[in-house]
Design a protein around this ligand. Structure first.
Ligand SMILES: [Fe+2]
Length: 307
């Protein structure tokens, strides 16, 4: 009746009141002799808070006032929870859209640059495994995975003939290639990602001792996220077959990062990377492998084996 009328219903003598006859059985069963019912609505849904007492004539003026306020608070509380859920779903949708923009960007680059097709995905797989090994928070791991997935996106501005051509690059061409972190940064810097994607892209060729590019950042000037992506980038690049050289072994790749521990690469990240391979038996997914190309007899050596 409270819901139907929208008014507070007070039954001081529940068991004597013929209106409540259908509930008399439960009244006897649970010892209920008085009740007070407070209607409320949440959005368009009508509901009621029902309070029973074993005492007859149990509710005084102040108690009714207090319980009425409680029913209003419940109504606000439910509405608040509903809004929170709606907002969380909305944020999830926005997050998914942001992730999709990164996936499209990654795919667009890989279409132009078959030699490194899959490199970004495999780097993301290893960087994620390292971040998990380091027991980083889930949110940070997600940022690392996504940043790694597009870390070379700036290469989309480079002429395809330079990216795809086996053989030695001229100094001018190398300098052009070295613009890709800045170019990638410019591409995404205005997109308000909840992760430091733009910084990961910008810094992924920076090295601990300041010998990297574009800014020659040192030590903790480089984000932890980037330090992880850099190690994964180098290991993946070394272990992939390139038209100008065969793939390095896992042993060689790990030796390289170990040799440069505290020089080019962060000690904790290197140790975690080694554990990922040695203890967790990490393997790169073959489904991300690039399309095969004829090997070129020409070779070129690149520092760190990743540009
Ligand atoms: Fe790169």
């Amino acid at each position: 009746m409270a819901i139907r009328t929208g008014k507070i219903q007070l039954a001081r003598h529940l068991m004597d009141n013929p209106i409540y006859k259908p509930w008399h059985h439960f009244g006897h069963l649970y010892g209920m002799n008085a009740s007070c019912t407070f209607p409320f609505t949440v959005d368009n849904v009508k509901a009621a808070l029902m309070i029973y007492s074993s005492d007859e004539n149990a509710f005084d003026k102040n108690e009714i006032k207090l319980l009425h306020q409680l029913s209003k608070n419940i109504s606000h509380g439910i509405l608040h929870i509903r809004n929170q859920i709606a907002l969380a779903n909305k944020n999830k949708q926005v997050e998914q859209l942001l992730i999709q923009t990164l996936e499209v960007a990654s795919l667009a680059l890989e279409k132009r640059d078959p030699y490194t097709a899959g490199h970004q995905h495999r780097t993301a797989d290893l960087a994620t495994a390292i971040a998990i090994q380091m027991e980083l928070p889930q949110e940070q791991i997600q940022g690392i995975a996504l940043g790694a997935m597009v870390h070379d996106i700036g290469k989309i501005y480079l002429p395809a003939e330079i990216l795809n051509r086996p053989g030695k690059l001229t100094d001018t061409e190398m300098n052009l290639i070295k613009t890709h972190p800045q170019a990638g940064f410019e591409l995404v810097k205005n997109i308000n990602y909840p992760w430091p994607i733009a910084q990961i892209i910008l810094q992924h060729h920076e090295r601990l001792d300041g010998s990297g590019y574009p800014a020659g950042l040192k030590g903790d000037e480089i984000l932890l996220e980037t330090k992880i992506v850099s190690v994964a980038d180098v290991v993946e690049a070394m272990m992939s077959h390139r038209p100008y050289r065969p793939a390095h072994s896992l042993g060689d790749a790990l030796k390289e990062i170990k040799r440069n521990k505290d020089i080019l690469f962060d000690r904790t990240v290197v140790n975690a990377c080694i554990k990922v391979f040695k203890n967790k038996n990490f393997k790169f997914q073959s489904k991300h492998d690039f399309v095969s190309f004829e090997k070129s007899p020409q070779t070129r050596k690149r520092r760190g084996d990743s540009v």
